[in-house]
Design a protein around this ligand. Structure first.
Ligand SMILES: C[S@@+](CC[C@H](N)C(=O)[O-])C[C@H]1O[C@@H](n2cnc3c(N)ncnc32)[C@H](O)[C@@H]1O
Length: 206
C-alpha cells in the first residue's frame, strides 16, 4: 500500500464519489458546518478538498471569506473541484500532499481537513504542515473517522477491502498528535453515525 494507491483510487472513483457517498457526505459536512467559523477577511485552506464539496456548502450557507484554497493529491478529484468553481476568483487550487504543503509559513487563517486524515501516510508530518501554514491565532478543524468501540471492527474490514491507506486513529490519539505539533485543542466531539464513529477537533495556533 502506498500513497499512489490512495491517489489512484480516489481519481478512479472521483466521478461517482458524491453520489455514492451522498448520505455520509451530507452528514459529515453538516457536522462541520455547524461548528465552522470564519470572517470575510479569512484565507481558508482545505487540505484534502476532494471535489470541493465543503467550499460549495460554505457558499450555500452564506459564509464569506477572502479566499479558499482547495488542495488535494488526487488529480481526478481536484479536476471536479476546478470544474465546479471555474471563473470564481476567490477559489484557487493546489495539488500537494498534506505532508508536503508548499505554502509559505503563516499563510492561512483557517485550515480544514475533513474525511481524509485516515488516508495520510504521515499524519504527524501533515499536522506539522498545518501548524506551519496557519497564522498565529488561526483555527484548525480536523474531522475524521474515530477508531474506537465497535467501529474498530468495521474499520478493519474497510482496511482489508480497499486499496487506499487506512490508518484510522481514535479521537484521543488524534488529539495527542495535534497537541504534539504545538496546536492548542479548543474543543472536541465524538459521535456515531450509522456504523461509523467520528471525531471533530478544533485547535488553534498560539
Ligand atoms: C474521502 S475524501 C474527502 C474529500 C473531502 N474532504 C470531502 O469531505 O468530500 C479523501 C480525500 O483525501 C485526499 N487525500 C488522501 N491522502 C492525501 C494526502 N496525503 N494529502 C492530501 N490529500 C489526500 C484524497 O485524494 C481524497 O480526495
Amino acid at each position: 500500500m502506498s500513497d499512489k494507491n490512495t491517489t489512484d483510487a480516489y481519481s478512479r472513483g472521483a466521478r461517482k464519489y458524491e453520489i455514492k457517498w451522498k448520505k455520509y457526505l451530507d452528514h459529515t459536512h453538516s457536522k462541520l458546518l455547524a461548528e465552522f467559523e470564519c470572517t470575510p477577511e479569512d484565507k481558508i485552506l482545505d487540505v484534502s478538498a476532494g471535489t470541493g464539496l465543503f467550499a460549495e456548502h460554505l457558499k450555500e450557507a452564506g459564509f464569506g471569506f477572502r479566499s479558499m484554497t482547495l488542495n488535494d493529491v488526487s488529480a481526478g478529484m481536484l479536476k471536479l473541484a476546478r470544474d465546479r468553481f471555474s471563473g470564481i476568483e476567490s477559489i484557487n487550487f493546489h495539488c500537494d500532499y498534506a505532508e508536503e504543503l508548499s505554502f509559505e509559513p503563516n499563510s492561512f487563517d483557517v485550515v480544514v481537513s475533513m474525511n481524509a486524515f485516515h488516508n495520510y501516510a504521515g499524519q504527524e508530518r501533515a499536522l506539522e504542515q498545518v501548524q506551519r501554514v496557519l497564522k498565529p491565532g488561526g483555527q484548525f478543524y480536523l474531522l475524521d473517522w474515530n477508531r474506537s468501540g465497535l467501529f474498530r471492527v468495521v474499520n478493519r474490514l474497510i482496511k482489508l477491502s480497499v486499496p487506499e491507506i487506512i490508518n484510522t486513529r481514535s479521537a484521543s490519539e488524534a488529539k495527542k498528535m495535534v497537541e504534539r505539533v504545538g496546536l492548542k485543542v479548543e474543543s472536541e466531539q465524538e459521535w456515531s453515525y450509522s456504523y461509523w464513529k467520528f471525531f471533530l477537533i478544533r485547535a488553534s495556533k498560539k
